[in-house]
Write a protein that binds this ligand. Structure first.
Ligand SMILES: Nc1ncnc2c1ncn2[C@@H]1O[C@H](COP(=O)(O)OP(=O)(O)OP(=O)(O)O)[C@@H](O)[C@H]1O
Length: 329
C-alpha cells in the first residue's frame, strides 16, 4: 500500500530525512516512533502530499504522491499534528464542508457523514461549535474528517498528544477499530501506544530508519537477562567463582553477576545475553557440570530501552534508568 524509497528532505541547511525506505502492506497498523525532530512529521507530510521530497519517491497503491498528488490524496485520510480545525464552525457543518471538498457527490454525502459520525462517536456534539469541544472530542472530529471519504489509508500524526488518560484510551480504541478495515500509519512519542495499538513499529532517528519490527520482537532482538538458581545434582559443594566462570563461557552469554540464591545449597546468577537465545546452551552446560537448574527466568530488554539504545540516549518521555541492571562481568 505504501512504498517509500530513498526519501530525503532538506529544509535549507536542515536535513530532516537522510534516505528513508520502507513498505507497508495493506491492513497493517504501523507505529512511527522517534525522538523530537527525527523526521516523523516530514515523512507523513510527504505521504500526504503536503511537502515535496528533495529526492526519493513515495507512492500509495502505486501512485507517486509527487507525480499525482490529487489521485494519491483520494486514497488517504490525514490527521495532521495539532489537528487544525475551523473553530467557529459547527461539527455538522464542518464535516459537510470536508465531504464537499473531498468531492463526495451530494447524494452520498449524508450517508458518508453519518457513518463517520457513528464510528467516531460524535452524534451528541453535531450541533456544537468546534471551539466548545473538549480536546478528546476535537480529536474525534479530526478523525471523522480523515475518514469521511472512506480512504484505504489513514495517516495520523501524534493522534493522542495533549489528551488526558481517559481520552487517550478512547482514541486508541477508536484507532484500533479503524485499523481493522484500514491501513494505518501513526506517529507517537508514547511507547505503550505502539505496544497496544500497532502490529509493527518503525523507529526513526535523525532522518534515518533505525528499526523495523513487531513491537515484541524489538526487545528480543536486543537481548536481555536470564536469572538462574542452581544447585549441585551430586550434593557436592558449589564454588561461586568456578560456576561464574563456567556460566561466562556459555555460548551467547555476555556478562555474569551473582544474584540471590534460594537458601542453603543453592546459588543465583544473572546472565546478560545479546541477540542469541542462551537457554539451550545453558541447560546443556548445567548437565555437563552436574548442576541442576531450579529456576530460569528470562527478561527481554524493554521497548523503552531499545528505543533509548537506537536513538542515542533519552527515552521518548525523558531520561529513565535502564530496565536491565548493570552486570559486573
Ligand atoms: N518547515 C520547516 N522548516 C525548517 N525546518 C523544518 C521544517 N519542518 C521540520 N523541520 C526540521 O526537520 C527536522 C525533522 O522535523 P519533523 O517535524 O519531521 O520531526 P518529528 O520527528 O515529527 O518531530 P516531533 O516529534 O517534534 O514532531 C527537525 O530538525 C525540524 O526542525
Amino acid at each position: 500500500m505504501i512504498r517509500i524509497e530513498g526519501l530525503t528532505k532538506s529544509y535549507g541547511a536542515a536535513q530532516a530525512l537522510r534516505g528513508v525506505s520502507f513498505e507497508v502492506p495493506r491492513g497493517q497498523v504501523v507505529g512511527f516512533l522517534g525522538p523530537n525532530g527525527a523526521g516523523k512529521s516530514t515523512t507523513m507530510k510527504i505521504l500526504a502530499g503536503f511537502v515535496t521530497p528533495t529526492s526519493g519517491t513515495a507512492s500509495i497503491n502505486g501512485i507517486d504522491v509527487s507525480v499525482d498528488p490529487v489521485a494519491s490524496r483520494r486514497l488517504i485520510g490525514y490527521l495532521p499534528e495539532n489537528n487544525p480545525l475551523y473553530e467557529e464552525m459547527m461539527v455538522r457543518d464542518f464535516l459537510d464542508f470536508v465531504a464537499e471538498v473531498r468531492g463526495i457527490p451530494k447524494a452520498k454525502r449524508a450517508e458518508k457523514i453519518r457513518s463517520a459520525v457513528e464510528r467516531c462517536g460524535l452524534r451528541a456534539v453535531l450541533g456544537k461549535d468546534i471551539h466548545q469541544l473538549s480536546k478528546g472530542y476535537r480529536q474525534r472530529v479530526g478523525l471523522a474528517q480523515a475518514i469521511v471519504h472512506d480512504p484505504d489509508l489513514l495517516i495520523l500524526d501524534e493522534p493522542t498528544t495533549g489528551l488526558d488518560p481517559n481520552q487517550i484510551v478512547e482514541i486508541r480504541s477508536l484507532i484500533k477499530e479503524l485499523g481493522k478495515e484500514k491501513t494505518v500509519i501513526l506517529s507517537t512519542h508514547i511507547l505503550s501506544e505502539v505496544q497496544s495499538t500497532c502490529s509493527r513499529v518503525l523507529i526513526i532517528n535523525d532522518g534515518r530508519l533505525v528499526a523495523d519490527d513487531a513491537p515484541e520482537r524489538l526487545g528480543e532482538r536486543e537481548g536481555g537477562t536470564v536469572t538462574v538458581v542452581l544447585t549441585s545434582r551430586t550434593g557436592a559443594s558449589l564454588h561461586p567463582e568456578a560456576i561464574r566462570s563456567m556460566l561466562a563461557q556459555v555460548a551467547g552469554v555476555t556478562g555474569v553477576e551473582q544474584a540471590e540464591g534460594e537458601g542453603s545449597g543453592t546459588l543465583g546468577f544473572r546472565l546478560r545475553y545479546g541477540a542469541e537465545d542462551i537457554r539451550r546452551s545453558l541447560f546443556e552446560a548445567a548437565v555437563r557440570h552436574e548442576l541442576c537448574l531450579l529456576e530460569v527466568k528470562r527478561q527481554h530488554v524493554s521497548l523503552e530501552e531499545t528505543f533509548r539504545k537506537l536513538t542515542g540516549g533519552e527515552g521518548p518521555r525523558g531520561p529513565r534508568e535502564p530496565h536491565v541492571p548493570p552486570l559486573a562481568a
